[in-house]
Design a protein around this ligand. Sequence first.
Ligand code: URA
Length: 259
Amino acid sequence: MESELDYWSAKALLEWQVELGATEALLDAPVDRYALEDQKPKAAARAATGTEAPPAPVKPKEVDPVAEATKAARSADALPSLRAAMEQFEHCDLKRGARNLVFSDGQAGARVMIIGEAPGREEDLQGKPFVGRAGQLLDKMLAAIDLSREQNVYITNVLPWRPPQNRDPLPAEIAMLVPFLERHVALAQPDVLVLMGNISCQAVLGKRGITRLRGQWAEAWGKPVIPMFHPAYLLRQAHAKRQAWADLLELKARLSALN
Ligand code: URA
């Protein structure tokens, strides 16, 4: 049976509690009054208009740039469609600061494919790899072993967009652009890869240490690979040209042996 508290009993109970020292009327659990205040007008408005509560906001889906690049690169079945896939790739911030996509230069299908680091100022302006001072030295190095981009060399970079102030590429940038590079190699079908400097060694071989790696044949993506000093390094460190010359001769010998 439910007994209702009459006025006098309720008053007596309250007075007793006050006598015991109670100063506030509290509930068993705390109430967030700020949240209640916030909800009241919205709930009232919904009740007045008969509308439903809005759905909870949908969290934007996290994008994995490496997976996106892999998908885009795989979808390319020839060099022009690979270039187009890279032009449409929106997950690398370098693209927003660059004037041009620097895809390649030289002869697609050549036996030698050179992989540099990233475009500099001149390359960004012209949309071609190795056209600045380092590129001029590269052309001289190639000519010394009867190679040239006009006839028998194909050239690209790990990064197709110039990093701001020519800073080093970030590991995340390299990781998201490697799928395009690997596809580039598969579509260009060179006999050998030449890796210019540490960044291309990092991208293709997964390791740095050009002073140790240079001149040593390795294998990557099913191809023989030779790391060399980057021409930009040789411009600063003329003494290293002797080793670069030895590496060029090594490349020449390998090409003759593969003939
Ligand atoms: N250095 C590179 O690695 N690539 C270029 O295209 C130019 C300079």
